[in-house]
Design a protein. Sequence first.
Lengths: 403, 295, 312
Amino acid sequence: MIMKRLLLSAAALALSAGMAQAQYSDNKVKIGVLTDLSGTYSDLAGQGSVEAAKMAVEDFGGKLNGMPIEVVSADHQNKADIASSTARKWYENEGVDAIFDLVTTAAAVAVREVSREKGKIDINSGAASTVLTNAQCSATGFHWTYDTYALAVGTGTAVVKQGGDTWFFLTADYAFGQSLQAQTERVVKANGGKVLGAVNHPFPNSDFSSFLLQAQGSGAKIIGLANAGSDTINAIKQAKEFGITQAGQKLAGLLVFISDVNSLGLDTAQGMQLTTGFYWDMDDGTRAFAKRFGARMKGKMPTMVQAGVYSSVMHYLKAVQAAKTDEGIKVADKMRELPIADFFAKNGKLRADGRMVHDMYLAEVKTPAESKGPWDYYKILRTIPADEAFQPLAESTCALVKK
Amino acid sequence: MMTILGIPVQALFGQLLLGLINGAFYAMLSLGLALIFGLLNIVNFSHGALYMMGAFVAWLLLNLCGMGYWTALIVTPIVVAIFGMVIERTMLRRLYKLDHLYGLLLTFGLALIIEGVFRQLYGISGMPYAVPKELAGGWNLGFMFLPIYRGWVVGASLVLCLGSWLLIEKTKLGAYLRAATENPALVQAFGINVPVMVTLTYGFGVALAAIAGVLAAPIYSVNPQMGSNLIIVVFAVVVIGGMGSILGAVITGFMLGLVEGLTKVFYPEAASTVIFVVMAIVLMIKPAGLFGKRS
Amino acid sequence: MTRLTPQTTLVVVLIALALIAPFGIYPIFLMKGLCFGLFAAAFNLLLGYVGLLSFGHAMFFGFSAYVTAHAAKEWGLTPELAILAGVATAAVLGAITGWLAIRRSGIYFAMVTLAFSQMMYFVAVQAPFTHGEDGIQGVPRGHLLGLIDLNDTMAMYYFVLAVFVAALLLIQRIVTSPFGQVLKAIRDNEPRAISLGYQVDRYKLLAFVLSAALAGLAGSLKALVFQLASLTDIHWHASGEVVLMTLLGGVGTVFGPTTGAFLVVAIQNYLSEVGSWVTIIQGGIFVICVLLFRSGMIGVLTPWLKRRGITG
């Protein structure tokens, strides 16, 4: 008898709680920033991306058609399963309308799957792999800031043209590293260069001495670093330590962020050439953004990923307003319709495969003498026009591209 | 050019030398671990985190107090050892009579806390720490260019390992320590303060980890995860060497550095895993490790 | 009508709550708790009842997840067959590694299991079918027995709950059976068990294989719930986490590991927005548990419950 009552009351309690949660309000726009807040990529994305998103919301006015705009964030710790379950929870349970940043390809692909299933928008500023605009493309998924193709074309072409025609690769042993190596190899060969060899190092790795020794032994003029984050930093530091750069070989960092240069110091990083989608000190627009960003981030300057988050959030909000709805596919169509013209991308455009094409920049790290102050790290050698920088639409394997 | 299995001899020697340098770090760290286990019966899972603390304290000393590398080499182990001794006094002390499991879990928890705190404070990218001027540059050995600093690391670690071994095995203090942990009641009856000996032992083990951290700071990125990447490898080294044996830990450390170096030449992807294969094989054949004594 | 003991009442109430929980609490969170709860219970079978601490249980959990994911996605097997494939793989892996590992005991046993787990991790990183860092994504949940569509969250939840309850009942039966008594005897005094004529190694191996198979079952379920199998499941941190869950909940109790699992999953869930603090808190829990709550939460609650005549 008592048991029956217990069961009934428990059931009633749960049901009422359930009912209260079952209806969620759609009277607001909720933006999720899913990034690496504590791991290898937390400096190039992380909290900076969250702040950039908040800045975009504030600049937009904080409200959309009278509804409040909310920003939530979470740490996916570079793990596909945490990213996937957080995205699912956000979409199913917390009314998040779109997810941004998504650094780390494995996490990005996991969220892309969930977003596609739910018909929600995900805009990737952080991950590198071109798989997001090829096999994993989606009608509501976008790739905003850069990708391995752009990096390969930018840095690869420039280095080979300057005489760096023999290469040896130091590659992080996972999909991103291998894809970066493959695409750079293609560019090097297309420009008349030769690849003398390559070695895979474990990801992550702290001691590169033996791999650098192999690179040295190959005699290649250029040592291509197909890795990122602390792997790249360690490789560069140790290359200096082992006198590799002094002996004449040059390092080509295929994915380097301004946060990495800050960590290395100009003394070690000087002369390195890299491809970037954004630099804070290019014009008044970028400087203004950077100054405000710096005020919120203890003086740090934004990386291209963080600037890309600002740009993508702003564009998304404009599209939601114009489309008069937050339904994924309709907003996505509107996003493709509207052009992108902000400090990040002067004449940006969204393609059918989800790629946001914009100009990229070839930069070189200044020497300590050339640098006039903190964060004055790059000189821009060349602007790579959008149609040259990114994979031609005709070559994309995305099913959404009409051939 | 002569080749062995397709690799030029010169390159092979270069890799072996590099392996030896890595082995020096393994040896130093496993020495501290073996000491703590051999004398205190605690499986000190926080060893990696304390090594990381050593590197960070050196960095902090440089950036906050202007103390250079050489001062840091002396001050850092003392600072971190004090921290370690406080932990021993307040927490580890209660676990001596219990199963190994609890010491392991407690120190694992401490490692998580220490790592989390440093990650929260300093992010993950790593702090720059320059090679001291006196040790910059390198020697051209013909088959490779050896940075002077790395040579210094091998030399310093050999001195530390040898010194520690001498201290424990050949001095009176060492004899007291060994006796105190084997039969505390009897030694206490002789008037020796056993709890203090035990605390000092833990502090010494921790100091070794910290000094390894200072040595590592200029060449590896000073970041909160530097210890957790190493800790299970160091454990493998200690187990292979024989958990109570100091000599075993040191020799195995250098040896494993060499094995890893060779693997990097022939099958680089397996470089992180080869140590565990060796451990599995050794444990099957010699259950107490290469130099261990069956308890 | 038979009298309902307080213990049975508790179990029935818990099951009733579990049946209605998904209407109020996010079901994916509940399923994660159930999967890890099963993983912890499987681990506890070895630790609490046989006295063997394994540091490599992630290899069963993770590798089984990969096999199930691959079977469901590439071979198109229905969920129950995919799960069976995963469990069978885990059992075979358990037999091989167990046969080698049980020759050692204590810390050496733990290190041997860790070594094997690291080797399996390496296999997982290198083998093409696992897709390395990306993992196997987009795993279809399929139709259970060809009839019930598991893409429906509620259907999936009840399926997972049913498997979980069945597995826990199985563990309970094992532990209270004569076989289980021998295991406890081995844990308490192995030399004596040997002198009584028991083939100790065979018992230990069988317990190891059962534990591995159940851990594999947990991994298979997880792969279907999240539709993803990744390196995280087979990394040594996962082995460490299951130790944490079991310790927190209470070693050697039936409900302990599951409680611990739910707690840890809850912490990860609700604190995911504060980054490093999760690590610090997990570390803090370890420390506090070892120093103060060595018998875990259930262990602490047990005397209280005993006084009310509820537990046994």
